[in-house]
Ligand binder design. Structure first.
Ligand code: PEP
Ligand code: MN
Length: 279
């Protein structure tokens, strides 16, 4: 056992390995880990061509740098909306063409990694799959940058080891995303662990972004926690935005309207400036 409490000594994702040089991850033209913050936004899921394009255009017009939305949804109940699946991949291509913004989407299944990787610019590993090691190995081989969300009950050590699977598989284009963890607290959907941001900045050279939508589960809390995330040193945000949040097929209660997203972009700007970052 090494002094860090694990069986292996140094990890490729750890800061010592790069001698203080921070990794920048490029998604399309967008750079994560640079002075400018990178904001990813869009609906939780693609629901229709009309819904997705409306959301995508609103995100682009408000200054979002990257689009999100799931085509394949990991739902707690098997009876909930599971996503548009392959039709969503077509919409991802279309949204990129219309807005010029790169697209991030979740991949759930090793059998679909290649197909999803062809359609989008960055692969998201969701919280439920952070420790799905076969999926991590397959995604490592895809050649696409990866957005690795923290597991629902994962320690930072377990999360870094999941990122190490991607590095071990030859993929060093990894962005970490804090999205809240399970605690005893029930007032919010999750407990957004903003400690993770400075902890990770000390431990790893990888860019770190924050998801205040899943981290809080409540629309009214998204802007305050987005500002807090930027103040804590996050390299970017991922935020849910829906043209009509009250009618969303998933996560509407935590989704911002297009106006809400414009307000968020305005609200984070002075905080970004105060910590030496731009938008
Ligand atoms: C999502 O981004 O919509 C999502 C399902 O996130 P998480 O995996 O963090 O729950
Ligand atoms: Mn969601």
């Amino acid at each position: 056992m090494a002094g860090n409490g694990r069986e292996t000594p140094g990890l490729k994702v750890e800061i010592a390995e790069t001698e203080g040089v921070r990794t920048q991850v490029r998604v399309g033209e967008v750079v994560f880990g640079a002075e400018a913050l990178a904001v990813i936004a869009g609906p939780c899921a693609m629901e229709s061509e009309e819904q997705y394009l409306e959301a995508a255009v609103a995100v682009a017009q408000a200054g979002g740098r990257c689009l999100r939305a799931a085509a394949f949804k990991p739902r707690t109940s098997p009876y909930s909306f599971q996503g548009l699946e392959r039709e969503g991949l077509r919409l991802a291509r279309m949204a990129r063409q219309v807005t010029g913004l790169p697209v991030v989407t979740e991949v759930l299944d090793t059998r679909l990694v290649e197909e999803v990787a062809e359609a989008v610019d960055c692969l998201q590993i969701g919280a439920r799959n952070m420790q799905n090691y076969e999926l991590l190995k397959e995604v490592a081989l895809s050649g696409r940058p990866v957005l690795l969300k923290r597991g629902l009950s994962a320690t930072i050590e377990e999360w870094l080891l999941a990122a190490e699977y991607l590095f071990a598989g030859g993929n060093d284009q990894v962005i970490l995303c804090e999205r809240g963890i399970r605690t005893f607290e029930t007032a919010t959907r999750n407990t957004l662990d903003l400690n993770a941001v400075p902890v990770l900045r000390e431990r790893t050279h990888l860019p770190v972004i924050v998801d205040p939508s899943h981290g809080t589960g409540r629309r009214s809390l998204v802007v305050p926690m987005a500002r807090a995330a930027v103040a804590a040193g996050a390299d970017g945000l991922i935020v849910e935005v829906h043209p009509d949040p009250d009618r969303a097929l998933s996560d509407g209660f935590q989704s911002l309207s297009p106006q809400g997203f414009r307000d968020l972009m305005q609200a984070i700007e002075p905080v970004a400036r105060a910590v030496g970052r731009s938008l």
